[in-house]
Design a protein around this ligand. Sequence first.
Ligand SMILES: *Cc1c(COP(=O)(O)O)cnc(C)c1O
Length: 464
Amino acid sequence: MKYISTRGQAPVLGFEEVLLTGLATDGGLYVPETLPHYSLEEIRSWRELPYDELAYKIIQPFVAEFIDGDELRAMLKDTYAGFAHKAVVPVQQIDHNEYVMELFHGPTLAFKDFALQLLGRLLDHALQKRGEKAVIMGATSGDTGSAAIEGCRRCNNIDIFILHPHQRVSEVQRRQMTTVLGDNIFNLAVEGNFDDCQRMVKESFSDQSFLRGERRLVAVNSINWARIMAQIVYYFYAALNLGAPDRKMAFSVPTGNFGDIFAGYLAMQMGLPIDQLVIATNKNDVLHRVMSQNQYEALPLEHTLSPSMDIVVSSNFERLLFDLYDRDGAAIAQLMKDMASGQATLDVAKLDKARIVFDSACVDDDETCATIRQVHAETGYLLDPHTAIGVHAARATRRDMRVPMITLGTAHPVKFAEAVQKSGLESPALPHHLADLLSRAERYDVLPNDRNTVHAYMVERVFG
Ligand SMILES: *Cc1c(COP(=O)(O)O)cnc(C)c1O
């Protein structure tokens, strides 16, 4: 399988290069040149497969030239064996024909584990093959950092440095990062805010000379194709468990960077019968504005009770636009240029193509809490604020009550206690495997908000 850039000017690459590269040299994102397509009969034959074997069916064609089939099978088994629920993705019913697929049974209690647990293993495999070592550097306001650290904790060829703003992440979030003790794991509490951390990471990627040309710097943010690929699997898994492909399904997806929902769109392109995909946003609603008013414009960031969806622009939306514009890289490059200078307008015919399957809704903090309260009152089931946005948007936009509506449960409510308490409910206890989180030993270093100091710290850890 070959991969091409959404802006049409970067070299065509294989999976291994795409895995290690991140952004294409023309500023675009990599997508597969063609997608595998499966018949209903073939999809039906996957019904009995456990999660890791279904993952093998779906992922194997994307990575065939990179990893041997048996090795991939073993890697996937190992990846998802670490999840705390035997089904990996249990599906919970919350109303007649309405469901939540629980994506929060991984080590850090959020859906990012599905991709990052696999990404760490894939990266380590690639580096081992090449006889190279790499450095991962990332900034986090909480969620992605812990999932990345957990994903890399057993990697022999990777040192990982995660920067978080000192004293500005919650204790649970900090401890999910700092209690993972490994020789290759470094948590840096930077005396600054999240933007300072992010700026430092960006600058380090654009000038990597501090690594002396001896180490590759690798990004694990959501534009990495391998993350999206891993997320296609659970759309198939939940749908098959509810009677697909002999019934259509609808999905509602709490959305930030458009990575998770783009995986759903790919599942549909690969043959899964999907009737509706709901883009559920919080007040940072750039995607809802483009879908409903053709206004594609970055507005200032708003802080909400669903912080993992607090974004200004959704980078992976470019991948959908590429398809809508019939894979015309030049048109996408122009559109992204317009967007970068403030605002872009889409061709109405292209937008209408998206509207065939996508709906959208923007959900504010009050509606989020009302939904947490309502679902709890109706069923006893506690939603996290991101998932609540998905449920609210699903109910507001639903097209056909006969089609099962599945909201993606992206996080465990214990991670977002503030929203649960604001809803008038008691925060749940930490799950069994994290029960002693607050008494585990922590390791992190507090560093000044200064790039040279951070680089010197990294160089000393990497080269000794
Ligand atoms: C990252 C995240 C999201 C948004 O996912 P995208 O792929 O960026 O759209 C939603 N909910 C939670 C809990 C997250 O951590």
